[in-house]
Design a protein around this ligand. Structure first.
Ligand code: 13P
Length: 274
């Protein structure tokens, strides 16, 4: 099982920050990262992909993206395709982040399309799922996560929600095969824990990760469920990372705010390989 520590810079950073951060990260990155089975990726905003990519080239740190369009090219102003990301050496891409679902109306169907598009070009999708505070308070977190996962993996929204999908731009996508699903990383990010300082307790997070693994076991196979890296995200920092990462079903972290500070990010990485 591979542990992942992924930094999601969101819409933060600058060229000066890229230079400073990558120098400090490369200086401090533990030499035994690979031997410990841990992979580290940084997901900067798109304009900084080249600058980060050049600086981390040949190192143990991988380049990630925060956003992708599911089609290879076309009249989609402002969008970037999976093939373009590949050209820049991107190896992982975050999809289904709650900030995209909430603020930009990215639907489960589009997320499913992106899964197919990324795996087709060899980029590892980091599929984010997570419930809102209202859903957690109504004890609906399992239902919400199960729906998000099944919509990402099945062939139509109709199957899961009994609803028709009116998506005219994107062609219908097939069910996600076991082979393609085996290339994913999943991130459980409760929306109420993102950027709030209110981390899920290690038990809460581990319980949801177990639940996700159960769905994968039932939907695909025991071996796929056991091999799936399931990351936790939501106010992970150098203080709480150790305990979260020690949970049996937590296979890494998707880190927002703390990934902007090289010392905090390095501390989280070091705690992952302990
Ligand atoms: P924070 O670590 O800032 O809460 O962000 C989490 C997140 O959304 C990572 O994708």
């Amino acid at each position: 099982m591979c542990n992942w520590i992924v930094g999601n810079w969101k819409m933060n950073g600058s060229l000066a920050h890229v230079a400073e951060f990558t120098a400090a990260l490369l200086k401090g990155i533990p030499a035994n990262l690979g031997a410990a089975g841990t992979r580290v990726a940084i997901c900067p905003p798109h304009p900084y992909l080249t600058a980060v990519g050049e600086r981390i080239a040949g190192s143990q740190v991988e380049l990630g993206a925060q956003k992708v369009h599911p089609l290879p090219s076309g009249a989609f102003t402002g969008e970037v395709s999976p093939v373009m990301l590949s050209e820049f050496g991107v190896s992982v891409c975050i999809i289904g982040h709650s900030e995209h679902r909430q603020y930009f109306g990215v639907t489960d169907v589009i997320i499913a399309q992106k899964l197919h598009a990324l795996t087709a070009v060899g980029i590892i999708p980091i599929l984010c799922v997570g419930e809102t505070l209202v859903e957690r308070e109504a004890d609906r977190q399992k239902e919400v996560i199960e729906t998000q996962l099944r919509l990402a993996m099945k062939d139509s929204e109709e199957d899961v929600r009994g609803r028709q999908v009116s998506d005219t731009v994107l062609a219908p996508h097939p069910e996600l095969s076991e082979e393609a699903a085996g290339k994913l990383v999943i991130a459980y990010e409760p929306v109420w824990a993102i950027g709030t300082g209110q981390t899920a307790t290690p038990e809460q997070a581990n319980g949801m990760h177990e639940f996700i693994r159960d769905i994968l076991r039932e939907r695909y196979s025991e071996s796929l469920a056991e091999a799936m890296p399931i990351l936790y995200g939501g106010s992970v920092n150098e203080e709480n990372a150790g305990e979260l990462l020690r949970q049996p079903d937590i296979n890494g972290a998707l880190v927002g705010g703390a990934s902007l500070k090289a010392d905090a990010f390095l501390s989280i990485i070091n705690q992952a390989i302990k």
